[in-house]
Design a protein around this ligand. Sequence first.
Ligand code: CA
Length: 242
Amino acid sequence: MKETESAKLIAIVEDDPDVAKIIEQVLADFGFHTAWCRSAGDLLRRLRTLSPDLCIIDLGLPDMDGIEVMQRVRAQSACGIVILTGRAHVSDRVMGLELGADDYVLKPFEPRELVARVRSILRRREAGESQARLIAEFAGWRFNLGNNTLVSPNGAEHALSTAEADLLKVFVSNPNRILQREKLMGARDLAPTDRAIDVRISRLRRKLEPDPQSPAFIKTVYGAGYLFLATVSWAGDSTAER
Ligand code: CA
């Protein structure tokens, strides 16, 4: 048992008891607490009282489409989300990431790889918490690194997924420099794909760019990567409670 992770709670939504048992076992081996939910309805009910640090969501559930479950979890909780899917179709995976999942694992999976993904996401989220009081300001925008919110110059607030926020953190920390895709993937991705980074970039652009077709901030540098074109200044979050 690793003390530091013993308090982390992982909710597992999986209708196949055998698969759920494997996941619960390997997570327990690594010191996590687990809560198994047999259905989407079960999870959504339990989210009223449970506050999991992360949810592992099977996309093939009997009572609700996995993508819909994910959206509803997102609306209710700021927990990390890993999609578990037997569907080999790229479109499902891309849609999952589009909707704010932090990562996905294809079935059949190697249990230890699943744990590695879970730990990587939790580590990133903890690293984010230590930046909780920081706000990056650029061209009238305010990005709060503590709660992953982005406020536009006219005051409109956007909640970013963990993956989008991680990406924007790299950008605001390294403005006006060409960043290779590898740098932008961050530590979470064990098997980074160009497609995954492109999906996150396009999501961020839709929130950040007045004209996503002709981006002003996130520039594509063909053959090299991306560049965040802005003057960034940093401020403390005076409204933060801690
Ligand atoms: Ca299933």
